[in-house]
Each structure stands twice: as structure tokens, then as C-alpha cells.
Ligand binder design. Structure first.
Ligand SMILES: Nc1ncnc2c1ncn2[C@@H]1O[C@H](COP(=O)(O)OP(=O)(O)OP(=O)(O)O)[C@@H](O)[C@H]1O
Length: 696
């Protein structure tokens, strides 16, 4: 019943969006107008990620008036406020998946997964494709994307998606990818499905393979999934079938990502879009994702080749979408697992890095063919926060993107892309193609950058104190809430310069945090099961993750509040954009209702000026946090006075424990433990064990 009510409410909401918006806005109750007036100045300062988070949240609360108001704010951010009624109506339609031309089954699925409204970068990426195809609003309603591509006869199309971290770039290519292939995927399903069981086998295929490297929970769900009986969808009509529909062997789409972890994350999202359900634990109900019957093509096969073992097996026969890293691409091409001439969508995610890492010969095989000899049209996406216009232009002259049919989409607009002269295909390889001038556009504006310069302390000691201080602030905010600010319990990623240092830090930090935080360390190169570690952190089974440069790109962690880094990537400043961008993402509510996404660099005195250089190069402001405020035993309150509540036995004991545990690690401790001990308030310990230790 509840499900039905919710469904009706959402349908009604779409109807409001499309038809009768203006009158409703004019007759909005006064109380809402007051609320929105209060919020306006705050909202004016908000970035688009935060606005979209508020919108998503209003939809989840079923507060459709507020959702409408926020949607209106976003419309004005994108198109200005001088639009007339008709223009607004038309543009509002284009702020929905369906209105943008996404496949109808996919629009429903996105709604069921709580991606009800596209983010602005997703709108602009879809609009880029529509612009290349010259599609009218009527065509968008009436024809599938695949049919529009066939009709247009465009052999090749290219979209560069560039925008701030966490703005939703993954769906900005997955939605057009599935919409482009939708008709063919239905055809493949019909050809393949001789028995219902086979549908099950194919949905389980991805997770059976991932189960080798990911958590047992996901594995058990996959088995459940494979036993599901799914009716065979009968959607696409024969007349709209793409030419490649009958060939079920070769992948239709290829996604290249720089790391295995990002590949798995992408595969999981894709898997959910095509009807898969991933539950946090086997007893949990899958909620709305199962509430609406999945109507898309069934049995779509996602093939991941992301590590040596998977590469030795190659792709299973009849993969529809292949996901790999530059390292394994060559073998897939050589073995004929991927036939470039059959690929209809090619995506390079984190393209600036992934292109750099791709062998020139592999790039040639993928892109250096004659489009006229290809049977199908091809849509190429280059995606990433540090993918720039100049990289896009270079890609045109290198024939990765087609000249005259390539557009660039960002969170604020979409426009045609010009080419740069006299470059060859190999011009893309091994180059840092992002100019720093372009990069500050991609650094998310809603972040708070801070620097702590180490004076006396070791970095781990200061880190532990900062972690504890953030927890203390959170506890204070729960005890005496301030209006308008709801702090979220800290969830943190800490970046170390390499795996050895991250590995060495886990034990002392774990001991030092005394159970206040559950810690984990993500070591993609030398760790035992990094994907399980990542899954557990995503599910909030751990709350502090120690990570390395390998994980700065693309990984999406819910409800993250702080990023700490113990190094700055001076040799490649674009990595700071990614590192910082793990916070301030769409969906991270703490960023909106809390006090923002914090990025804190903990630096030795001799490295402190690196932050000035980086800030200048990337164009951001930062504040200095006084190291002594966290290194000292005394904690000051907001008025700068000694916080008496910190002087209790338990806390003092922790302070000393931290110091001992964390300084022991260092070869040459610079923290004078005796001096700290001397400043300790005089308490009488009744802990016999400690007295005994002292006596010894
Ligand atoms: N339309 C949407 N509605 C609600 N949430 C969304 C939507 N699109 C994306 N998100 C959420 O936004 C977050 C960021 O998305 P995503 O990881 O695709 O960002 P990104 O731009 O690729 O970031 P990065 O540059 O770091 O790779 C994810 O948690 C995702 O679930």
C-alpha cells in the first residue's frame, strides 16, 4: 500500500514538474516562502553538489514543494532568471531523465534507485549527445537514442565530461551508454535466452567473478540473484533494432578506468542499473530497488578484467559491457576478446590518467581505424574532474574523438569542442594533458581547505588528536545543538604517501583511537583483500580509512566528512583535486547540513610552503589550524578558554597513551613525554596496574 502511495506521489510529482509548475509556485503557502527566504542566502553560497543533495533529500522525505523550489533554483543557476514561462516549462522537462531521452525502463530504474533527478552534469552530458544528433523535443519523446543515432547517420560522436569531483560523472556516461544500446540489448536477450535459467546465470556472472575479490555478502546476494526467475521482457520492436543486435558475441561497450577499485565500483553501479540488487546484508530488504518491477533488458553481461587472474581467463563469451584498466586492455585486444570494430560505446573514465597509461599501440587499435569501414556508429566519452578542454581538443586531432561531432559538457554548460592542430595519436600518451589554469574550474568550491604545520609533534600523533577533536566537536553538537547545523559523526579518509607508511600507521592509530573509531587500511597493491576493505568502509562498518595515492581518484564513499592528507602531490597538482574531492560530493549530507567538507593537510614545517604553491596554482583559499591547539593537552573552547571538560582522568590518560603509542613508532621522538607529563593535572590514579608499572 505504502509502495503504491509512494509511486502515485512520484508520478504526481513528475506531472507537476511537466505541466503545472508555475501556478503551484505562485500559490505556495506562506510558510514555505518564509523558509525558502531564510535559506536563500545560504543556498546562494552552495555549490551544485550541495543543492542536488538537498533536492534528493527533499524527494526522499516526499516534500515535493521543497523539491520543486530547489529544482527551480538549479534551473536558474543553469539558465539565468530571465526565462519566460514557455522556456521554463521546456527546460524543466529537460531536467528529467525521460525528457533528456533516456530509455524509459532506465528512467524508472534510476528513480527506483533514488537517482530520481539528473545532476546538472548528467543533464549537460545527455544534452551534448542530443545536440550532436540535432534531436527535437518531439523526437526525444518518440524515438529511442539508438533509433535517433541510426537515423542521423552520425558515424562517430564524442563527449568530454569534465566537472567538479562528486558531481555524478559516472551516471553521466552510464545512462547514455545503456540508452544507446537499449534496443540491441533487448535483441541480444531474445537471441540468448533459450531457457529462463540462462537469464539468471548471466546476472550472476558478474558477481561470481567479483566474488573472488570482493566481500562474501555480495557473493551470497549474487547467488540469490541467480536463482531469481525473471520474466523475459518483450520491449523493443524489430524495426528499431540496431544493426549489431544479432551479434551476441563481442562487447558492445568498453569502459576503461585507471584502477581495479574504480572498475569494481563502476561495475556495481552498472549492475544495479540493469536490475541487480546489492544489499548491505543478506537479511536486509532491498526496498525501492525491488519495489518497481525492473523492465529493462535482462541477462546483460558485464565482464570485468581488472587483475592478473581475470586477465589470464580473459572475457567470458558474450560479454555486453567490458570494464578493464589500461594494463589489461592490450591482451583483450590481442586475444580478440574485444573487437574494436564492434564497439558502439567507448568510455575512458579518469581519462587524463587512463589515456596516459594506455599503450600507444592499444590506442591505435581502438581508435585509429576508418569509421567508414565500421558497421556501427560509435559514441566515445572522455570523463574526469581533471579532464580539460585542451585534452578534449587534443583527442580530436588524435582521432580519439571525431572532428565536428564532439561536445564538451560540464556542470554548468555544454558546447562544441574545437580541435588542436598537428597532433598524432601518440600525442596523448604519457603526457600530463591538464593545464593548471584549467584545473581550478574542477576543484569543488564547497570545500574547506586547512593546513596544520607540525611543530613538536609527529604526524600520527597530531592526526589522532585531530580525529579525537572532530569527535569531541560532534559530541558537543549533539549535546547542545546549534540551529541549522547538524554535525555528522566523523567519517574519514586519511591519505599517506605510500602503502608502506599506511601499513605502518594502522596498528598504532588503531590502539590510539581506543575504539572511538573503527579503522581500516586500503592497500590495493600489497593488501590482502582491498575490495572487501572498500566495501566495509562503504557500509560504515569502519569509520576511518587509511589510503594511498592509488585511491584518490573516483572512489565514492557515502557520508564522508573529512579528508586528511599527510603529503601533497606537488609533482602532479591535479591529484590534489581528486584527493580533496572525496568530500563535498552529491549525496554527502554532512556537507550541506554540517559545517562543510574538510580537507586537512598535515605538513612538516619544511613542507609547509608547498600548500601556498598548490593553493596559488589551483586557485583555492586555505586556513591554518594552530598545531598547538591539537598537540597540547589543553583543549580550548570556541571562546579560546581552557575547556575544563577535557580535564578528566580518562581523557588525560588517553592523551598520554596516544603520545606513547604513536611516538614509539618514530625513531627519534620529538615529543617530550616528560614535559607533557609535567603539565598533566594532578590526579590520583587508583589503577593498580599503572602504579605497578611506574614502580618498575
Ligand atoms: N542523479 C543523482 N541523484 C542522486 N545522487 C546522485 C546522482 N548522480 C550521482 N549521485 C551520487 O553522487 C555521488 C558522486 O557521483 P560520482 O561518483 O559519479 O561522481 P564523479 O563526478 O564521478 O566524482 P569523481 O570526479 O570523484 O570521480 C555518488 O554517491 C552518486 O551516488
Amino acid at each position: 500500500m505504502l509502495a503504491t502511495i509512494r509511486f502515485i506521489a512520484i508520478v504526481a510529482w513528475h506531472a507537476i514538474l511537466v505541466t503545472s509548475w508555475i501556478p503551484i509556485m505562485q500559490h505556495r503557502p506562506t510558510i514555505i516562502l518564509c523558509a525558502s527566504n531564510n535559506m536563500n542566502s545560504e543556498e546562494d553560497r552552495m555549490g551544485l553538489n550541495e543543492l542536488h543533495t538537498l533536492l534528493r533529500d527533499a524527494v526522499l522525505r516526499e516534500d515535493y514543494m521543497e523539491a520543486g523550489r530547489l529544482s527551480d533554483t538549479m534551473l536558474e543557476r543553469l539558465h539565468g532568471s530571465s526565462l519566460d514561462k514557455e522556456e521554463r516549462k521546456a527546460l524543466r522537462r529537460r531536467m528529467s531523465w525521460r525528457g533528456l531521452g533516456a530509455a524509459p525502463w532506465l528512467s524508472e530504474r534510476l528513480d527506483a534507485l533514488n537517482y530520481t533527478f539528473p545532476t546538472t552534469i548528467q543533464i549537460n552530458a545527455m544534452e551534448g549527445v542530443n545536440a550532436i544528433l540535432n534531436s527535437t523535443a518531439e523526437e526525444l519523446d518518440e524515438s529511442s537514442l539508438e533509433a535517433r543515432i541510426d537515423r542521423n547517420g552520425a558515424k562517430d560522436m564524442g563527449i568530454v565530461v569534465t566537472g567538479t569531483t562528486g558531481s555524478g560523472k559516472t551516471l553521466s556516461y552510464l545512462v547514455p551508454l545503456l540508452s544507446t544500446l537499449s534496443d540491441s540489448l533487448f535483441t541480444r536477450q531474445r537471441i540468448r535466452v533459450g531457457a529462463e535459467e540462462m537469464v539468471g546465470d548471466t546476472t550472476g556472472d558478474l558477481l561470481d567473478r567479483l566474488a573472488v575479490v570482493t566481500s562474501p555478502v555480495v557473493r551470497s546476494n549474487s547467488r540469490k540473484q541467480t536463482r531469481q526467475k525473471g520474466a523475459i521482457a518483450a520491449g523493443a520492436s524489430i524495426s528499431t533494432l540496431g544493426k549489431s543486435g544479432k551479434d551476441v558475441k563481442s562487447p558492445l561497450a568498453l569502459i576503461v578506468v585507471p584502477t581495479r577499485e574504480l572498475g569494481v565500483q563502476t561495475a556495481m553501479l552498472l549492475y544495479q542499473l540493469i536490475g541487480g540488487v546489492i544489499k548491505d546484508d543478506p537479511t536486509q530488504s532491498s526496498g525501492r530497488a525491488n519495489m518497481f518491477k525492473y523492465k529493462g533488458p535482462k541477462g546483460i553481461r558485464i565482464g570485468c578484467v581488472l587483475d592478473d587472474e581475470e586477465s589470464s581467463f580473459g572475457l567470458k563469451l558474450q560479454t555486453d559491457v567490458a570494464i578493464t584498466t589500461p594494463k589489461y586492455l592490450g591482451k583483450l585486444l590481442e586475444d580478440g576478446d574485444i573487437l574494436p570494430s564492434k564497439l558502439r560505446v567507448v568510455v575512458y573514465d579518469e581519462a587524463d590518467l587512463a589515456l596516459e597509461e594506455t599503450d600507444a599501440a592499444d590506442l591505435s587499435k581502438l581508435f585509429d581505424d576508418d569509421p567508414e569501414e565500421r558497421e556501427y556508429s560509435r559514441l566515445v566519452f572522455l570523463v574526469g574532474a581533471s579532464v580539460t578542454e585542451s585534452l578534449g581538443s587534443l583527442a580530436i586531432s588524435s582521432r580519439v574523438l571525431p572532428k565536428g561531432k564532439s561536445w564538451i559538457a560540464s556542470a554548468t554548460n555544454y558546447r562544441p569542442l574545437e580541435s588542436q592542430e598537428s597532433e598524432t595519436l601518440s600525442g596523448l600518451v604519457g603526457k600530463q594533458t591538464s593545464s593548471l589554469k584549467d584545473l581550478n574550474l574542477c576543484l569543488y568550491p564547497g570545500l574547506k581547505h586547512e593546513r596544520v604545520i607540525l611543530k613538536n609533534g609527529r604526524d600520527l600523533l597530531v592526526l589522532a588528536r585531530l580525529l579525537r577533536k572532530a569527535l569531541y566537536d560532534y559530541e558537543q553538537s549533539v549535546a547542545s545543538p546549534s540551529p541549522g547545523i547538524t554535525l555528522q559523526r566523523p567519517r574519514v579518509v586519511v591519505f599517506f604517501p605510500d602503502e608502506a607508511q599506511a601499513r605502518a600507521a594502522i596498528e598504532p592509530l588503531r590502539d590510539a583511537m581506543w575504539g572511538d573509531h573503527r579503522l581500516c587500511v586500503l592497500l590495493p597493491k600489497s593488501g590482502v583483500n582491498p575490495l572487501t576493505i572498500m566495501e566495509q568502509f562503504k557500509k560504515n562498518e569502519t569509520s576511518v580509512m587509511l589510503a594511498t595515492p592509488n585511491s584518490v581518484r573516483g572512489l565514492d564513499f557515502p557520508a564522508l566528512t573529512h579528508v586528511y592528507t599527510l603529503y601533497l602531490p606537488m609533482e602532479d597538482p591535479r591529484e590534489y583535486v581528486h584527493l580533496a574531492g572525496r568530500v563535498g560530493r552529491v549525496g554527502q549530507l554532512g556537507t550541506v547540513q554540517g559545517d562543510g567538507g574538510h580537507v586537512i593537510s598535515i605538513l612538516k614545517e619544511e613542507d609547509a610552503n608547498q600548500m601556498d604553491l598548490l593553493a596559488k596554482e589551483l586557485g583555492f583559499d586555505f586556513t591554518d589550524v594552530d598545531a598547538s591547539s591539537v598537540e597540547d593537552i589543553v583543549i580550548l573552547n570556541a571562546e579560546g578558554k581552557v575547556d575544563e571538560t577535557m580535564f578528566d582522568l580518562e581523557k588525560t590518560r588517553r592523551f598520554l597513551e596516544d603520545t606513547l603509542t604513536l611516538v614509539e613508532e618514530a625513531e627519534d621522538p620529538v615529543v617530550d613525554v616528560d614535559a607533557i607529563d609535567a603539565t598533566r593535572p594532578q590526579y590520583v590514579y587508583d589503577d593498580e596496574e599503572e602504579d605497578d608499572e611506574k614502580d618498575e
